[in-house]
Design a protein around this ligand. Structure first.
Ligand SMILES: Nc1ncnc2c1ncn2[C@@H]1O[C@H](COP(=O)(O)OP(=O)(O)OP(=O)(O)O)[C@@H](O)[C@H]1O
Ligand SMILES: [Mg+2]
Length: 325
């Protein structure tokens, strides 16, 4: 199973995600005991009505190619937040949940994109007051002398309050062993998770194997991150679908021959660069470069006048520059 929610003890639990998913995706409106206009949450943030919030999130998640397990898990978290609100309104215990997460996957597999959606969801559900994302890496946290790291890390936690602190390549904090200042950053983060409970969500991201090793080497950590999401590499067909989505949202079209050329390139590239292949990020770079190349071609080709609308939209085989820059 790709994504999973674990109990606070850290043990994996069976989750009825499919069932939750079906209920949430049902076209029939849910039976509610009272209409839910805007609800004032405990954090003071406005909570959107269930159905429109759900539709908005669903639209955003559906816009992403693949990532089925992650979509399921997101709806599971959504359901949990929604029910917790209703339970507390009904005077029931809603349980203090921990929402810190670990995102595992290769570059360009959608981790930052999903983190942004998570931030938005928690903000709209009233759990986070701001819903912003502060994305950092080792160099932003680790300082040069004793005490410097703790200060830098605390400052970043402060900036992230009300939102998400996303640490990319988090495993690198354990790089240098006991004497390395990375350890000071980890200790400071753990302390902040206790002191500023529920005021920010921490997401640690990085390659799967490195993250597994990192978590195993820091026994106090796994139980603090009950939500783990695995971001698999995209298949070639998914990457092509992503490319088509990217050109479409920019008002361009890829000619069939250009798609074929891209497909062959991706097959080769994926095989050759394995671990270093940067998935959808690689596709985005190619598309953005092709758009620039198309502009140059059109200017050269139509020096006297303007190309027609279709020509302005079309990306041809010759616009795809696939050599390494
Ligand atoms: N499933 C998807 N569907 C559509 N576009 C996607 C998908 N996944 C990623 N992308 C796009 O690919 C690009 C890279 O994604 P993102 O930055 O989220 O990856 P990442 O895992 O954070 O990468 P890195 O590890 O390099 O930081 C973004 O432009 C994003 O919009
Ligand atoms: Mg990223």
């Amino acid at each position: 199973m790709s994504g999973r929610v674990m109990g606070r003890s850290g043990s994996s639990e069976e989750r009825p995600s499919r069932q939750i998913n079906v209920i949430l995706r049902s076209t029939e409106p849910p039976v509610v005991s009272q209409s839910l206009p805007e609800i004032e949450s405990t954090s003071g943030a406005k909570v959107m009505p269930q159905q429109s919030l759900f539709n908005e999130l669903q639209k955003e998640m559906d816009g992403l190619v693949g990532l089925d397990h992650i979509k399921e898990l997101m709806f599971e978290i959504f359901a949990l937040l929604q029910i917790a609100t209703m339970r507390s309104e009904a005077g029931l215990l809603s349980g203090a949940q921990v929402y810190h997460m670990v995102f595992k996957g290769n570059p360009g597999t959608g981790k930052t994109t999903v983190a942004r959606i998570v931030a938005k969801m928690f903000q709209r559900m009233g759990v986070l007051s701001k819903g912003h994302l502060i994305e950092v890496e080792r160099a932003d946290l680790v300082g040069e002398y004793i005490g410097h790291t703790a200060q830098k890390t605390r400052d970043l936690v402060k900036k992230a309050l009300g939102g998400i602190l996303f640490i990319d390549e988090a495993y690198s904090l354990a790089r240098g062993g006991e004497k390395d200042f990375g350890k000071e950053a980890i200790d400071t983060l753990v302390k902040a998770m206790e002191d500023q409970k529920n005021q920010f969500i921490l997401i640690l991201a990085g390659y799967s194997e490195e993250m597994d090793y990192f978590l195993a080497a820091n026994p106090g950590l796994p139980s603090r991150f009950p939500i783990q999401m695995d971001f698999p590499d995209y298949s070639i067909d998914q990457l092509i679908q992503i490319a088509e989505g990217m050109v479409k949202e920019r008002d361009y079209i890829l000619m069939p021959q250009a798609i074929l050329k891209l497909k062959q390139h991706l097959l080769r590239e994926k095989l050759e660069s394995e671990h270093l292949f940067s998935n959808a990020r690689h596709v985005r770079n190619i598309i953005e470069r092709s758009i620039r190349q198309q502009a140059v071609r059109l200017l050269n080709q139509y020096s006297g006048g303007s190309p027609g609308k279709l020509e302005l939209m079309t990306i041809r085989t010759e616009d795809l520059k696939l050599d390494k820059k």
